[in-house]
Design a binder for this molecule. Structure first.
Ligand SMILES: Nc1ncnc2c1ncn2[C@@H]1O[C@H](COP(=O)(O)OP(=O)(O)OP(=O)(O)O)[C@@H](O)[C@H]1O
Length: 522
């Protein structure tokens, strides 16, 4: 997809060239990370600059009527296809103004909305127009308040247009009442709680309730696919349900930067600030993205402070703790660490099994009548330890495969159908498993292995576990340190080096390590 901006005489025209259906994955299926944007910013700034008619006269009025009719026909089907929330939030505010030269031209209330539609719904819209016999290659957007003027209306005086801008703002704002286009699966009810995520889950629930702010920000962090986004969506959903009149802004740090840079370019920084500083709940995903991006960090810092000063809640997610994000300014690290840091730890066997059982229940309604043999879920929970996304994908594949061939899911089928996933998982072992195996092997308590005891009988196995964690996982030294009772990364480095040295001269130790590796990789 390519996008470009042109400035025709009548106003800002954003044009986007789209790949046709079949060129790539479905646009809708890619909508996983969602922004619920309830904002005045883009509306006010862009529309006041860019309102304007497409032309006047009788033929324009006829065309406008025709376009309304076509769009009316398309909308019914689109609503079904993208769901009521997405439809109300993103598609309903559009108005079709022309179909010509391979372009489907729309009036859109804000540039943000047009960008979003273009990224996520263009293929659905083009396909629907095609189905109705109006083939177009791409969408183009005239950014202006949709309700203010149609294709036939003359350009309005500036004072009238500002009233329309307010109307458009309201339209976008009201759409929040309809609910956010959040992933419907990412709810608290669907989140399986276990030891590794219980703190993060409890804190997320508290924020979702929207009571008095007790920790600000809530900082959720953890490795890939462990449920950060799931919890963020669940918070947003719960919060909106309980406070339909509040303003929630949920976006990735990348989007924050993009919006900020755009505001700088368009000299709309004040609107940007206004939008971010008037929300009740700000949620920023993947904050590590702004590391090293100085002016974005600066703006983020001020936004953050302004909201905290007003007692507004902030929720942040990242792949690691603030102190471990390289390139993040110290003052931001310190602000982010002021609230509650909730770590989503790697899953345990019990949690994985619980998640598999819950997902199996959900799949049963999708694949009625499919049986799953005893032991299959236990096998998967034991073998696939990398992350929940992979686990979920494996189960989905199994169900799809079994339903195709119409047979019960057995252990043999599982091994055959998931060879690649199992092989890839074999290479990944969790630090927790390493610790457990090492503790078992040396017959010491797991708590001692992780704890502060310095006696040799505990300290040496601990170093072996550190060494194996470095060798068999892709965790960084600080991450390993965290899982060894919050030890500093230099301690881990020292432990790893010590074992490397000793293994060269101590045959018994080297055999022990080989045996442990084989056990862990079995
Ligand atoms: N405890 C859980 N219960 C149920 N499903 C879970 C749980 N943890 C993760 N999942 C599921 O695993 C998948 C991956 O989770 P999610 O996208 O939230 O991970 P993430 O931590 O945001 O990963 P990334 O860092 O890659 O963005 C989702 O489908 C989510 O629903």
């Amino acid at each position: 997809m390519t996008a470009g901006c042109h400035l025709p005489a009548s106003g800002l025209l954003i044009s986007h060239r789209l790949s046709r259906p079949g060129d790539g994955g479905s646009a809708i299926s890619r909508v996983t990370h969602v922004v619920l944007l309830v904002g005045l910013w883009v509306c006010g700034a862009v529309t006041s600059e860019t309102g304007g008619g497409l032309g006047t006269g009788c033929s324009d009025r006829v065309r406008a009527k025709k376009m309304d009719k076509i769009w009316g026909q398309a909308c019914g089907q689109l609503e079904q296809e993208v769901g009521a929330n997405n439809y109300n939030l993103w598609i309903k505010p559009l108005r079709l103004v022309d179909l010509k030269d391979g372009n489907a031209e729309f009036a859109a209330p804000t540039r943000f909305l047009s960008d979003w539609v273009n990224r996520h719904f263009a293929q659905a819209i083009l396909a629907e127009l095609d189905r109705l016999g109006h083939r177009a290659e791409r969408l183009r957007f005239h950014v202006r308040p949709v309700g203010s003027s149609d294709a036939a209306a003359p350009r309005q005086p500036r004072s009238d247009r500002s009233a329309d801008t307010a109307a458009a703002s309201l339209q976008v704002e009201r759409s929040a009442d309809l609910g956010a286009p959040l992933d419907p699966r990412f709810t608290f009810e669907n989140f399986v709680v276990g030891k590794p995520n219980e703190l993060a889950h409890a804190a997320a629930r508290r924020v979702g309730e929207g009571g008095p702010v007790s920790f600000n920000p809530l900082f959720l962090y953890g490795g890939v696919g462990l449920g950060k986004t799931h919890l963020m969506h669940a918070i947003a959903r719960e919060y909106i349900d309980r406070h339909p009149d509040h303003r929630v802004l949920y976006l990735s740090a990348e989007q924050f930067m993009y919006r900020f840079v755009q505001a700088l370019k368009e000299k709309t920084v004040m609107d940007f600030k206004e939008m971010f500083r008037t929300v009740n709940l700000l949620m920023v995903d993947d904050v590590h993205f702004i590391a090293g991006k100085n002016s974005t960090q600066e703006e983020f810092f001020h936004t953050f402070n302004a909201l905290v000063d007003q007692g507004k809640q902030i929720v942040i997610s990242a792949d690691r703790a603030p102190g471990e994000i390289k390139g993040l300014e110290e003052r931001i690290k310190s602000r982010l660490s002021c609230g509650l840091l909730a770590d989503l730890h790697p899953t345990t066997y019990e949690l994985r099994l619980g998640i598999l059982q819950a997902k199996t229940e959900a799949f049963r309604s999708q694949y009625p009548g499919l049986e799953i043999a005893p032991g299959v879920l236990e096998f998967l929970a034991h073998r696939i330890t990398s992350n929940v996304r992979v686990l979920e994908g494996a189960l989905q594949r199994l169900f799809a495969f079994a339903s195709l061939i119409g047979r019960e899911i057995t252990l043999d089928m599982t091994q055959e159908c998931l060879t690649d996933i199992l092989r890839a998982s074999d290479r990944r072992v969790s630090i927790e498993e390493i610790q457990r195996k090492v503790a078992e092997h040396y017959n010491i308590r797991l708590a001692d292995l992780i704890g502060p005891k310095r006696v040799r009988t505990v300290a040496r196995p601990r170093q072996i576990a550190m060494y194996l964690s470095k060798q068999l996982t892709n965790r960084s030294l600080p991450e390993i340190g965290r899982r060894f009772g919050g030890r500093d990364h230099t301690t881990i480095m020292h432990g790893v080096k010590k074992i490397e040295e000793l293994a060269g001269s101590d045959e018994g130790l080297s055999e022990d390590i080989d045996l442990l590796k084989r056990l862990l990789e079995a």
